[in-house]
Design a protein around this ligand. Structure first.
Ligand code: ASP
Ligand code: MG
Length: 408
C-alpha cells in the first residue's frame, strides 16, 4: 500500500467547514487504498495572533522557549480537530504531538532544526489502519522542551516526515493550485508548471516565490522526496517538484521571480586596496546582516572605487549603523542607500547547457529603457536589481521573451 504524507496549510484548515473538507479529501485517499499521514498548520492567522500576544507581554526579550510553548499550540488545535473530523465520517484517526512522535530538534527556540524523526509510532498507527495526524511546525529538544521550526515551518515538517517514513509522495495542499511561471497577479498569462526541478524550486523559493518554505525544498532535494504542490479547494493535479532526470522537456527558463524586499547600499569613493572588502563585509556578517548581490566598479585611476551591495529592507538601518564608523576609516566619500529597488530573477536548469540566456535578459530590459544596477548569477539563475517602478514592465517583457506566456 502506498504511503503518502499530506500537508494542509493554514487557509485549508481555517475553520470547521474547511476541516470537514480536508477530512473528506483524506478519506478519498484512504478509500483508494493509500496509507496517509497528515501534517497540519495552524488555522490561518492563528499563529500571528499567538505571536502578537507573546510580544505584547514580553516584547523582544520574551523567553524564546516560552514563545515556542505558545506558538506551537495552534497546530495542536488543528491536529486534534482534524482527528475528530475524520472520526466523525468513520475514518480511524489519531493525533500525535511533536513530542509524541517524537520530532527531535536542536535547542534553537523559534528556529529549531530537525535532528531526527522516529517512525515507529506513526507506522504502528498506519498499520492499525489509522490516519496519523501530526502538527507541523513543532518539535521537542533532548531535554523535552517544545520547539518550533520558524515561520512557515510546517512545509519542512511534512517533507521531513515523508523522508523519515519513506513516503512515496509528499502532497502540499495550499490556496494556490501549483507553481506558476511567475506571479499571476502581475502576468495574467502566467502558466501553471506541470513539473519543476528541486533546484529550480529552491532558487524560486529563496528568490521570492512564496509557495514553499525554502528549507523544505532543500530537504526534499536532499532526500529525494517527490513533492506535489496542489490546491485543497479543487480536485486536480498540481505541480510536481522532482529530480532533474525526471524532467521531460528542456525548457530554457522555467520561472521568473521578484523580491521587493531589497535595499541597495553604495559606498562611494572607497580606497582601492587589499583588505577593503574584508573590512566592510566582516563587520556586516558579525552584525548578522545578510548581504546578497555585490558589485565593485573598476576604478579609473586605481585609487578609488565604488562598492554596491544589497541587503533586505529590514537590515538596512543596521547595515547603515555598522558602516558609518568604518566608512570614515576607509576614506569613503559618501554612503548612499536606496529602498526603491527590486530584484528580478530568471530561473531554469536549461541555462546550464544553453548560452545567451543572460544576454537575452539584458537585451529585453535595455529595449524597455530599464537600467540595471547590479547583477548576480548562479548556474541556473540570473538576477538583476532594477528600480522598483519597473517591476511589472520588466516581468511582463521577460515572461513574453522567454516564451512563457500561456496560449489562448
Ligand atoms: N503556523 C506556522 C506559521 O504560521 C507554521 C506554518 O503554517 O507553516 O508560520
Ligand atoms: Mg506556508
Amino acid at each position: 500500500m502506498t504511503l503518502v504524507v499530506q500537508k494542509f496549510g493554514g487557509t485549508s484548515v481555517a475553520d470547521p467547514e474547511r476541516l470537514r473538507r480536508v477530512a473528506a479529501r483524506v478519506q478519498r485517499h484512504v478509500a483508494a487504498g493509500e496509507r496517509v499521514a497528515v501534517v497540519v498548520s495552524a488555522m490561518a492567522g492563528h499563529t500571528n495572533q499567538l505571536v502578537a500576544w507573546v510580544d505584547e507581554l514580553g516584547g523582544s526579550t520574551a523567553d524564546r522557549a516560552e514563545y515556542d510553548v505558545v506558538v506551537a499550540s495552534g497546530e495542536q488545535v488543528t491536529s486534534g480537530l482534524l482527528a475528530v473530523a475524520l472520526q466523525a465520517i468513520g475514518v480511524k484517526a489519531r493525533s500525535f504531538m511533536g513530542w509524541q512522535v517524537p520530532v527531535a530538534t536542536d535547542t534553537a527556540h523559534g528556529k529549531a532544526r530537525i535532528a531526527s524523526i522516529e517512525r515507529e509510532a506513526i507506522l504502528a498507527a498506519l498499520d492499525r489502519g489509522e490516519v496519523a495526524v501530526v502538527p507541523g511546525f513543532q518539535g521537542v529538544t533532548a531535554e523535552g522542551r517544545i520547539t518550533t521550526l520558524g515561520r512557515g515551518g510546517s512545509d519542512t515538517s511534512a517533507v521531513a516526515l515523508a523522508a523519515a517514513l519513506g513516503a512515496a509522495r509528499c502532497d502540499i495542499f495550499t490556496d494556490v493550485d501549483g507553481v506558476y511561471t511567475t506571479d499571476p497577479r502581475i502576468v495574467p498569462r502566467a502558466r501553471k508548471l506541470e513539473r519543476i526541478t528541486f533546484e529550480e524550486m529552491l532558487e524560486m523559493a529563496s528568490l521570492g516565490a512564496k509557495v514553499l518554505q525554502t528549507r523544505s525544498v532543500a530537504l526534499a532535494m536532499q532526500y529525494g522526496v517527490p513533492v506535489q504542490v496542489l490546491s485543497s479547494f479543487e480536485d486536480k493535479p498540481g505541480t510536481f517538484v522532482v529530480a532533474d532526470d525526471l524532467m521531460m522537456e528542456d525548457q530554457l527558463v522555467s520561472g521568473i521571480t521578484y523580491s521587493r524586499d531589497e535595499a541597495k547600499v553604495t559606498l562611494i569613493g572607497v580606497r582601492d586596496q587589499p583588505g577593503v572588502a574584508a573590512a566592510i563585509f566582516g563587520p556586516l556578517a558579525q552584525a548578522n546582516v545578510n548581504v546578497d548581490m555585490i558589485v565593485q566598479s573598476v576604478s579609473p585611476d586605481g585609487a578609488r572605487t565604488d562598492l554596491t551591495f544589497t541587503v533586505t529592507e529590514a537590515d538596512l538601518a543596521r547595515a547603515h549603523d555598522v558602516l558609518a564608523p568604518i566608512a570614515a576609516e576607509l576614506g569613503c566619500e559618501r554612503v548612499d542607500a536606496d529602498k526603491d529597488v527590486v530584484k528580478v530573477s530568471v530561473v531554469g536548469v536549461g541555462m546550464r547547457s544553453h548560452a545567451g540566456v543572460a544576454h537575452q535578459m539584458f537585451r529585453v530590459l535595455a529595449d524597455k529603457g530599464i537600467n540595471i544596477r547590479a547583477i548576480s548569477t548562479s548556474e541556473i539563475k540570473i538576477s538583476v536589481l532594477i528600480p522598483e517602478e519597473y517591476t511589472e514592465l520588466a516581468i511582463r517583457a521577460l515572461h513574453t521573451a522567454y516564451g512563457l506566456d500561456a496560449e489562448d
